[in-house]
Design a protein around this ligand. Structure first.
Ligand code: CTP
Length: 403
């Protein structure tokens, strides 16, 4: 339960994107948060308080004059209980009211009276978003230290295409979840490899492995949530790109190596999670290899692939390098031997062979002073633990942000 113990006030204002808030509420509740819905009068035209009450499991507040709060001060009481106040969707009109500090309904009054941080998720037509008045209001809101999540760009319900649509509920959830994570990697630039590589034999066949990419993607997500600028170089996997992560897709070990060597000068931390193929065929057939009439089998000769982690570690000014090792034999012996061979300060050894494709994992940290075992846990929680361990060890840099 990623948000257990967290209490949110989720305020809806008038806009067609209100339909996305049903899903956002469900995601927040599923993650263990408690959610108090507050709606403007206009929001109730787009989605009913009945729907939002059923999804949140709590009475919905729409009026400043609601007598259900004992002291009759919902604008004070509701925000004092909250860890964060989220306005989603935030309409053009609501941004204007927020920028001017208006208190003309319960939700706007709550924003002014709040004792907690405020996150704003705008949603509107592209012309309304681009309008200089809206942009002035957005600048004022940002200058007041309020964080805006989005908007997104793309096709809009009105049929037009451009900036202004609300970010998807999953992205809003990720941003809210990230808000609660300590920013232990703020300003750090993290480069990660993930997934398998695919070494072609001919146009339709190749050699790959069972790495799902889940651990590398979970680390990219956790690093981004910890405030890092994350560049993820991924082999062929079918996983969604984590929120705020820059992703570059590659296929072969050589392509992964080249992408990493291009990106390394901008990295403070390099985490090599990919299961990189050690060999490739020295000659890839241009055409599909056909069966021969006499039953003879094809033969292949192999050449070695570059060792990406070792290549980065031996650079004159390497980033803080972290390796992974999936060993089937004696982990204690092989882990430390591999850490030294790769020339890295930290190597994370998987216990057991069954990590590929699984949702959980158990690891041991290898470093010069000795080993540290971490408890078996799901890959998302483990990723947060590992990012905390890496943040403790990586030198602090005040490098410029990539984005
Ligand atoms: N690695 C890499 N480039 C390679 C091979 C491995 O960057 N060509 C990285 C992996 O991403 C991992 C670490 O090196 O972080 C260890 O990978 P592993 O496959 O366990 O080690 P190998 O060097 O391939 O050794 P072996 O397969 O013989 O155990």
């Amino acid at each position: 339960m990623e948000l257990a113990g967290k209490h949110l006030v989720l305020g809806l204002t008038g806009g067609i994107a209100c339909y996305k808030i049903a899903e956002l509420t469900r995601l927040l509740i599923k993650a263990g948060a408690t959610v108090q819905i507050v709606m403007t009068e206009a929001a109730t035209q787009f989605i009913t308080p009945v729907t939002m009450q059923a999804l949140s499991g709590r009475p919905v507040y729409t009026s400043q004059w609601d007598a259900r709060i004992p002291n009759n001060m919902p604008h004070i009481d509701l925000s004092r209980e909250a860890d964060v106040l989220v306005i989603a969707p935030a309409s053009t009109d609501f941004l204007a009211r927020l920028a001017h500090g208006r208190c003309d309904d319960l939700l706007s009054t709550l924003c002014i009276a709040r004792g907690c941080p405020l996150l704003v998720v705008p949603a509107m037509n592209r012309q309304m978003w681009q309008n200089p008045a809206t942009q002035r209001n957005v600048a004022t809101i940002r200058a007041d230290g309020i964080e805006l999540l989005g908007p997104d760009s793309g096709s809009q319900v009105c049929g037009e295409v451009g900036d202004g649509r609300m970010i998807e509920p999953e992205a809003a959830f990720e941003a809210i979840y990230a808000f609660f994570q300590p920013k232990i990697l703020r300003g750090q630039r993290v480069l990660i490899t993930a997934g398998p590589t695919f070494e072609p034999l001919d146009p339709v066949r190749g050699i790959t492995n069972l790495s799902s990419g889940k651990m590398g993607f979970a680390l990219a997500r956790a690093a981004a949530q910890a405030g890092a600028d994350v560049h993820l170089v991924a082999g062929p996997v079918s996983l969604p790109t984590p929120w705020r992560v820059y992703r570059e897709d590659v296929q072969t070990a050589q392509q992964m190596h080249d992408a990493i060597m291009r990106a390394t000068p901008d990295a403070d931390i390099f985490i090599a999670v990919a299961a990189v193929a050690d060999w490739r065929v020295d000659h890839v057939n241009q055409h599909k290899i056909k069966k021969t009439g006499d039953g003879s089998m094809p033969t292949f000769s192999f050449v070695g692939n570059p060792d990406i982690l070792a290549s980065v570690a031996e650079l004159p000014n390497p980033p803080f390098c972290v390796g992974f090792a999936a060993e089937s034999g004696d982990l204690d012996l092989n882990g430390e031997e591999k850490r030294k061979r790769k020339g890295v300060p930290l190597l994370i050894g998987n216990i057991g062979q069954l990590t590929f494709g699984r949702d959980d994992n158990e690891v041991v940290l290898f470093e010069a002073p000795g080993t540290t075992p971490l408890p078996r846990t799901d890959k998302q929680a483990l990723a947060r633990l590992l990012i905390a361990e890496i943040a403790k060890r990586a030198p602090k840099t005040g490098g410029p942000l990539l984005s």
